[in-house]
Design a protein around this ligand. Structure first.
Ligand code: SF4
Ligand code: SF4
Length: 673
């Protein structure tokens, strides 16, 4: 560092601090779960596939143009876009200019990095001619333009946080330091340029292109200060700000997410298998993806405003942002610096406080859609439940669930052999009870439809549709086990694996090419775990195909209906249109959408095992859903999930609210010719 000007030295010191911070972060991730080979394979499979085009699209539309924020909050969108364009812009312009300047020719690439932000110090000092090249003019304009954009973005951030107070989470001292460093460096930079203009008495014809600094020089010029004595110290202070800013990045969540956002975008495109736990026993029972995700939360509060659980509890800890903050601080304290780590008993006490929060979530995924840090919030919530199970801090109802499933393979606790009892209530009971040795299609019924009297009309209607349309299908009957989703949601994925393998084996024995599900959670679980082997359809996709093939046609039915998107079918599986297309195919049906529809649909309260942990909270969510349905003024709510039907109907009945809830299968069956 000897021989370099102070501003470059400060930047270098900041870079050293940055590298130490990065090393500490990586050491923490190292202690998580990973399988090196699976990770490398995942990176290669993503890099050398069409997914890379998706990554470019996401980086431009979501990373730079902030597509997600546009519909949410225009001022916040503007703030982010200004910053997201300004920073890369000024970085790229600075480095391009530094690469072209003769003053830096003899520097190595690395050294040039430390001089690039200060290249105008040399440019102003050494500019020999009053006429600039076109490239010089372009650089000058772009520096000030990008710098001004960043400053405007910073001012909007300050306005939102301290004046309009639109930010949900409390501002931490670290946030204040980060904002001051970010803004301070650019303000100082403009002053540095202005003093350089004054020091070297640049003619207006040259200086005008640094339009912000030029204007500033006109304002401060009349002060008549000894600009040549001020110039170098001021550039050095700017270097100190920049060095501190860079060095602070790995230690502050707001700044660190600048690094993690592109990483998260890439990680989200990687196959799940890349993050499977390795053979070694990890100190932190969370994958690298989960740890990076936790680190990427900036407590922006977007998830708070859409969370149906928060709407009822008003407890920030139930939201992703609030929960992550708690867990992140625990992970740092428990696994951070060895000498300062929590003892095992302290860690247990802290986790006890968090354990219920991990389960106060319906896994509806509404927060995933709005999170500007692109965190797979649902996936991370499930991972944190696994973490809680590993640490032995989870609600006892999860153990009861696991015991029941272990004994009878359904969540209700009824005998396994009774799974297809609903067939006996059909007007015509087939001799084989719809259980053939071989069939092309398996109808995987799911626990709720199989056992709850309230929902048994769904499988009854579905087998009638399949029969009428001549589909060669079979049930697994008593051989069908729970798909494993409730165990995955409980954080007990390992226990679910046996059930999934059993079901897959039974389907293979039937020689089936297709499985059709009426339950979105079963469908989603199979899609995640058994992809590529067998064609998987949700009932709405299957019925839509039967309609398109001319196997189903409808009588006229004059009715106004609304449609509720089940979370695991809509947000989790991306199936929004098939149910709507079915409804549109029925003459006379008028579909009136709820305020929150498709991606924005509000959860009915029946997901994520919430009902097993806090039934009254699940019921409150259902009531909120019922209010939303009533607001449409329709005669009926149609959905495509037996659990949604059960949750909405049972809660409406408890409050004596007359509401007609029906699964789309039953609606189709009633109205088909
Ligand atoms: S989880 Fe995402 S949306 Fe929620 S506070 Fe964190 S960054 Fe914001
Ligand atoms: S998944 Fe749904 S319930 Fe859970 S935190 Fe996100 S928005 Fe709230």
């Amino acid at each position: 560092m000897i021989g370099h000007p102070l501003f470059a030295v400060f930047f270098m010191l900041g870079a050293i601090l940055f590298c130490i911070g990065i090393a500490m972060r990586l050491m923490l991730y190292w202690r998580g779960q990973w399988d090196l080979w699976a990770l490398i394979k995942g990176v290669f499979l993503t890099l050398f596939s069409f997914k890379i085009l998706k990554l470019v699209e996401i980086m431009v539309l979501d990373g730079i143009l902030q597509r997600r924020l546009f519909g949410q909050d225009k001022l916040r969108w503007l703030m982010k876009v200004l910053i997201m364009i300004g920073y890369p812009g000024i970085l790229i312009a600075g480095h391009l200019k530094a690469d072209m300047m003769p003053q830096f020719e003899h520097f190595s690439f690395l050294t040039r990095i430390f001089y690039a932000p200060f290249c105008d110090f040399y440019f102003f000092r050494d500019v020999a001619t009053p006429s600039l090249s076109t490239l010089d003019v372009l650089f000058a304009i772009s520096f000030d333009l990008f710098g001004a954009m960043i400053l405007m973005g910073e001012f909007i951030a300050i306005y939102r946080r301290f004046v309009a107070k639109t930010v949900t989470f409390k501002t931490s001292p670290g946030d204040i330091v980060a904002v001051n460093l970010l803004g301070g460096w650019f303000i100082l930079r403009f002053f540095c340029e202005a003093t350089s203009i004054l020091t070297y008495s640049l003619p207006n014809s040259v200086a005008q292109y640094w339009f912000v600094s030029f204007g500033l020089s006109k304002v401060i010029g009349p002060l008549g200060l000894p600009w040549s004595s001020i110039n170098y110290p001021l550039w050095s202070v700017a270097g100190l700000f920049l060095g501190t800013l860079v060095g602070f990045i790995p230690y502050n969540k707001k700044l660190w997410h600048i690094i993690t956002i592109p990483v998260i975008m890439f990680i989200n495109l990687m196959p799940h298998e890349a993050f499977k736990p390795g053979a070694r026993r990890a100190a932190i029972p969370l994958s690298i993806k989960d740890l990076v995700s936790l680190d990427s939360c900036v407590k922006c509060g977007s998830c708070v405003s859409v969370c149906p659980v928060y709407a009822e509890t008003q407890q920030l800890e139930t939201t992703m942002g609030g929960f992550y903050t708690k867990l992140k601080s625990f992970v740092r304290k428990a696994y951070g610096l060895p000498m300062m780590s929590l003892s095992a008993s302290q860690a247990k006490d802290v986790l006890k406080d968090y354990s219920e929060y991990a389960y106060l979530c319906t896994l509806c995924g509404r927060c995933s859609i709005v999170c500007p840090s692109f965190i797979d919030t649902k996936g991370t919530r499930i991972a944190t439940r696994r973490f809680m199970v590993e640490k032995g801090q989870y609600p006892p109802s999860m153990d009861r669930l696991a015991e029941t499933l272990d004994k009878v393979h359904n969540i209700i606790g009824e005998p396994s052999g009774d799974r297809a009892m609903w067939v006996q209530a059909l007007p015509e009971v087939p001799q084989d009870m719809f259980q053939k040795d071989k069939a092309k299609v398996v109808y995987f019924t799911g626990c709720v439809a199989s056992y709850f009297p309230m929902t048994k009309r769904i499988p009854q209607s579905f087998v009638q549709i399949l029969e009428k349309t001549g589909v060669d299908f079979t049930l697994l009957g008593g051989e069908e086990w729970c798909c494993g989703f409730p165990l995955i949601a409980a954080g007990m994925k390992e226990k679910a694996d046996a059930a999934m393998q059993h079901n897959l084996q039974k389907v293979r024995e039937k020689g089936a090419e297709t499985i059709v599900f009426a339950c979105p959670s079963c469908y989603h679980t199979w899609k995640e775990e058994c992809k590529n082997e067998i064609a998987l359809f949700h009932s709405t996709q299957f019925i839509k195909k039967l309609i398109e093939d001319g196997k189903i046609s409808f009588n006229e039915k004059k009715v106004k209906v609304t449609y509720h998107d089940p979370c695991d079918l809509g947000r989790a599986s991306g199936v929004y249109e098939p149910p709507r297309e079915i409804l549109r195919a029925i003459p006379g049906v008028e579909l009136i959408e709820m305020k929150g529809n498709r991606e924005e649909c509000k959860c009915c309260g029946g997901g994520g095992n919430l009902e097993m942990v806090r039934p009254e909270l699940s019921a409150a969510l259902a009531q909120a859903k019922i209010e939303e349905i009533k607001a449409t003024g329709t005669e009926m709510v149609i959905t495509s999930c037996q659990q949604c039907v059960r949750t909405i109907f049972s809660n409406a009945r408890k409050k004596k609210i007359p509401i007609n809830v029906m699964d789309i299968i039953e609606f189709v069956s009633k109205n088909m010719k």
